[in-house]
Write a new protein. Sequence first.
Length: 216
Amino acid sequence: MSVGSKRTPVLAEEAIKKLVHDLSTSETIESLKENCQELTARVQTEVLLSKEKLNRQIKSLRLEREKALHQLSISKERVKSLETELEHLQTEYKLVDRQRVKALQSQLQAANNENEFWHKRAQELEDYCETMQLVNSLHKSLSKDEEIKSEYEERIMKLKGHIRNQEDEIAQLSTHLEKVMLEYDRVSDERNALAKQLHEERERYIELQLEKNKVA
């Protein structure tokens, strides 16, 4: 699935839950390995998409913060200009139009309010950027932990598979050894029987020779 394709967190979560279920119910080493690889690939994809989304959010916040700082700079210049103009009118002219002074005071108040708004907005965005950067840092740390955990689990799976193969080989060797021992016992019994038969034949031969000697 491409990064730009339509997808929802619910569907992604359901897909991962299904893969976890398939992994827990795997009956063979092949299916277990296949489900484990598929789950790892899906989780890595979700982590990549989350990181890209987070980076886009941080970039957008930084742009908005720059705009807020620019507006704050403009607002400060506006306040400074109005203060200078008002001070000039109040100090240079004794008979100044009160309506003009009042209008300037209103404009100055509005400019001060705008200045305060943009200052507050810039600070909020700065705090939010720091928070998002912290989240991004934690996300990278968790992603690294997940990679280590995945590698560890993969090694455990390989070790279990190796142990299982060793157990199978030991079982085969044990069966072969039992067959060899049975064959050895059979050959040993046959050898003992032949030795006994040979001994009996020799005894008979000796007896016959003794009888022949007596007759002679």
